[in-house]
Design a protein around this ligand. Structure first.
Ligand code: PEP
Length: 257
């Protein structure tokens, strides 16, 4: 396995007040030791309303965690009531932002074209987009999962320069595994992650493909993370439910270390 530092990202979704957010970050930080941070990048993705508090805590206590956002506007500023822009998030010190999460695609009707614009917006202000792709159960049962995810990948990265693609983190998140407790088998996750890497390799060369981090997401827990992350093309996890529990989340980080 080429040296790609694993990344464990906690997607808190629409959970936790800013006070609860601080308490969770403190517990996670307390559970991890220097050797874990040396071996794994750990990031949390709070709701917008908690980012400022998380920033103050992490900066003030010099914690070795980073943080990011779950969404951003494709626009930099202007008359877009209720939206939050990339420059606002970058100014708050956000390192990462997820784009193309299945919940955004489903509940906000986000198209591949919009996902692509959001991804570009993130790159423009220096944040690392985590581009999420993944198939629903019907596509998986029809055996079209690899093709489906490869299409989402190429649409998401459409028109990007090589330098830009080099900044992107990918996440394979089968929709049937998200929040269901039905984790993909390590072999199923590996199949798609490997296909994503070879698609990158074909388009942008083996060096770029070998540097790119590809995460798996979907019911990852401390007790299944080790087997998943042992797969050659899995470089970390995007964690939903289990990221709200400090012990579980830290357990996943330790399994990745
Ligand atoms: C997610 O929504 O990114 C996710 C992986 O959720 P869960 O871990 O709860 O399946």
């Amino acid at each position: 396995k080429p040296v790609r530092k694993p990344l464990i990202a906690g997607n808190w979704k629409m959970n936790l007040s800013h006070l609860e957010a601080i308490a969770l970050v403190q517990k996670i930080a307390f559970s991890l030791k220097p050797q874990h941070y040396d071996a794994v990048d750990v990031t949390v993705l709070p709701a917008f309303t908690s980012i400022r508090s998380v920033q103050s805590l992490i900066d003030g206590d010099k914690l070795r965690l980073s943080y990011g956002a779950q969404d951003l506007s494709p626009h930099a500023s202007g008359a877009y009531t209720g939206d939050v822009s990339g420059p606002m998030l970058a100014k708050l010190g956000c390192s990462f932002v997820t784009v193309g999460h299945s919940e955004r695609r489903q509940y906000h009707e986000e198209s591949d074209e919009l996902v692509n614009r959001k991804l570009r917006a993130a790159l423009t202000c220096g944040m690392t987009p985590i581009l999420c792709v993944g198939e629903g159960i019907d596509v998986r049962e029809a055996g079209d999962h690899v093709e489906h995810c490869s299409t989402q990948l190429s649409e998401g990265l459409s028109g990007l320069s090589e330098e830009q693609v080099d900044q992107v983190v990918l996440a394979y998140e089968p929709i049937w595994a998200i929040g269901t407790g039905k984790v993909a088998t390590p072999a199923d996750a590996q199949e798609v992650c490997r296909a994503l890497r070879s698609a990158l390799s074909e388009r942008h060369g083996a060096d770029l493909a070998n540097r790119t981090r590809i995460l798996y997401g979907g019911s990852v827990k401390a007790n299944n993370a080790g087997d998943l992350l042992a797969q050659p093309d899995l470089d970390g996890a995007l964690v939903g439910g289990a990221s709200l529990d400090a012990t579980e989340f830290a357990g996943i980080c330790v399994a990745a270390a």
